[in-house]
Design a binder for this molecule. Sequence first.
Ligand code: AMP
Ligand code: ZN
Length: 145
Amino acid sequence: MSDRLQDGCIFCMIIKGEIPSFTIYEDDATKAFMDINPLTPGHTLVIPKFHTANIFEAPADSLGQVMTTVGKVSRAVDRVIAPEGINILQANGAGAGQSVFHIHFHVIPRAVDDGFTMNWPQVPGNMDDIGKTAKALQDDISKHE
Ligand code: AMP
Ligand code: ZN
């Protein structure tokens, strides 16, 4: 396992136990621990137990394992914190607000009036533009995936 961890990565250091974490669940493939700068009480992070930077690089099977743990953690947060809702958030790249470059999924308890702006108004798009983008994505997926 240690050969799949990256020196200097803060989440790899948490996996190795070199820095402390409030771990709430782990299995062979994944680990879930509290975010130490919580957006709201119960804010938890879920990571694979090897270093991979983002959604572009992560192997498909590890994403499946991580999402299984995201489900477990979300249900626990729902039972224990009883929020009005939960957002699952995952950032890829600086432009998306990623600050730790070891892939992680945020489990974030939410309330209708918490004032955070992870939601956006629903404004109908241009169907021609949406259709063109969909076609480009379909073609790309059929070539690459
Ligand atoms: P992101 O900005 O999406 O890359 O999220 C990184 C998250 O990691 C932030 O919400 C930080 O608060 C959190 N974080 C950074 N260092 C630690 C740490 N040592 N233990 C727990 N959470 C951390
Ligand atoms: Zn790492």
